[in-house]
Design a protein around this ligand. Structure first.
Ligand SMILES: C[S@@+](CC[C@H](N)C(=O)[O-])C[C@H]1O[C@@H](n2cnc3c(N)ncnc32)[C@H](O)[C@@H]1O
Length: 298
C-alpha cells in the first residue's frame, strides 16, 4: 500500500470526481429523508496543500488552482458551486488555498445532521488520522477495513437512499476485476443506490472492459435502463502520452436526473481550463451505443 493521495489532492482528476460527488449529495438533500454516504476508499479526509508531499508534487496547481484562477461562465459556475463553496469555507482569508477537502470532508461539510457517513480506509495510519478527525462527529463512522469486503455488510443501507463512492488507488494489477466484482455485488444488494466508480484512463483496455462489461451486465442481466448509466471522463493531454496520469473520470449508476445537464454545462469549459497539452478532451455519455444494444439483443 504505497499510494498516498496527498501527492495528488486537488488535481484535475479530483476536481471532476469531487464536483460530481458534491452535486450528487446536493441532489439527495432535496428530500428531507435521511440518506447514507459510503466511501469504500476514503483517504485521510483533508489534505494540507502546504505539506511536503503537496510541495514536492503540486498537482493541485493544475487542478484546483487553475479553476480558482479562471473566469467562469454562469452555467459552469452553478455546477461547481457546491464543491467550490466547501473549498472556500476551508480556506477563508487565505490568499492561496492551503487545505483541500477529500471525499469524506466534502460529505461531512455538505451532509445534514440526519444523514450518515461510513468511511473505510485500509491503510493503518490513514485510518487513524481519519478516525481522529471525525471522532466528535456522531453521524460519521470510520473503519480500518477493506472497503470492497465492507460493502457486502453495508448494503443496502437502512436509509434506503444514498450514495456509494468506490475510489481505489489502482496499485493492484487486478483492481479493475475487484472493482467489477464490487460493482455487481453492490448493485445486486442495492439496485436503487447511486454508485460512483472512479477510474484512471491509463490501462485503456481494462477501462473499456470494466465500463462495457458493467453496462452489459446491468442492461442484459438486471434489466436496467441505459439512461441509468452515465460516464464522465476528461483527459488533459493525449492519452498515449508518457508520464503522469493524463485522464480520469467516473461511471455513475442511478445518477441524479440533473447531473447530465450540469456536467454538459461544465465539461467543455473545465477541459479548456485544465488542459495541459495537445490532445485534451472529454466525454459524457451513457456507455451503451446502439451497436452494443443491438449486439446484446442478438
Ligand atoms: C484515491 S485514494 C482515496 C481518495 C478519497 N476517496 C478522496 O476522494 O479524497 C485511495 C485510498 O484507498 C486506500 N485503500 C487502498 N486499498 C484499500 C482497500 N482495499 N480498502 C480500503 N481502502 C483502501 C488507500 O490507502 C488510499 O488512501
Amino acid at each position: 500500500m504505497n499510494y498516498r493521495h496527498a501527492f495528488h489532492a486537488g488535481n484535475f482528476a479530483d476536481v471532476l470526481k469531487h464536483v460530481v460527488l458534491a452535486l450528487c449529495v446536493e441532489h439527495l438533500k432535496r428530500k428531507d429523508k435521511p440518506f447514507a454516504f459510503i466511501d469504500t476508499h476514503a483517504g485521510i479526509g483533508v489534505y494540507d496543500l502546504t505539506s511536503d508531499a503537496a510541495r514536492r508534487s503540486p498537482e493541485w496547481r493544475e487542478g484546483l488552482g487553475r479553476v480558482l484562477g479562471a473566469v467562469m461562465p454562469d452555467d459552469a459556475g452553478r455546477a461547481l458551486k457546491p464543491w467550490l463553496d466547501v473549498v472556500a469555507a476551508m480556506n477563508a482569508g487565505k490568499a492561496e488555498p492551503e487545505r483541500y477537502p477529500g471525499s469524506p470532508e466534502m460529505a461531512v461539510r455538505l451532509m445534514r445532521p440526519q444523514d450518515r457517513i461510513h468511511l473505510c480506509e485500509l491503510h493503518e495510519a490513514d485510518a487513524k488520522t481519519l478516525d481522529k478527525r471525525y471522532a466528535l462527529h456522531a453521524r460519521v463512522k470510520v473503519e480500518q477495513r477493506d472497503g470492497y469486503k465492507a460493502l457486502k455488510a453495508l448494503l443496502p443501507p437502512r436509509e434506503k437512499r444514498g450514495l456509494v463512492l468506490i475510489d481505489p488507488p489502482y496499485e493492484a494489477r487486478d483492481e479493475f476485476v475487484r472493482l467489477a466484482e464490487a460493482a455487481m455485488s453492490g448493485l445486486e444488494r442495492w439496485p436503487s443506490g447511486t454508485f460512483v466508480f472512479w477510474r484512471p484512463m491509463k490501462d485503456l483496455w481494462s477501462l473499456d472492459r470494466f465500463d462495457e462489461g458493467l453496462a452489459e451486465w446491468l442492461v442484459t442481466e438486471r434489466d436496467v435502463e441505459p439512461s441509468a448509466i452515465l460516464r464522465a471522463d476528461m483527459w488533459v493531454r493525449d492519452l498515449q502520452s508518457e508520464g503522469k496520469l493524463a485522464g480520469a473520470g467516473i461511471v455513475i449508476i442511478n445518477p441524479p436526473h440533473t447531473l447530465e445537464a450540469d456536467l454538459l454545462a461544465l465539461m467543455p469549459w473545465l477541459c479548456e481550463v485544465l488542459k495541459q497539452g495537445d490532445g485534451a478532451g472529454w466525454r459524457l455519455d451513457g456507455i451503451v451505443t446502439e451497436e452494443m444494444a443491438a449486439s446484446w439483443a442478438g
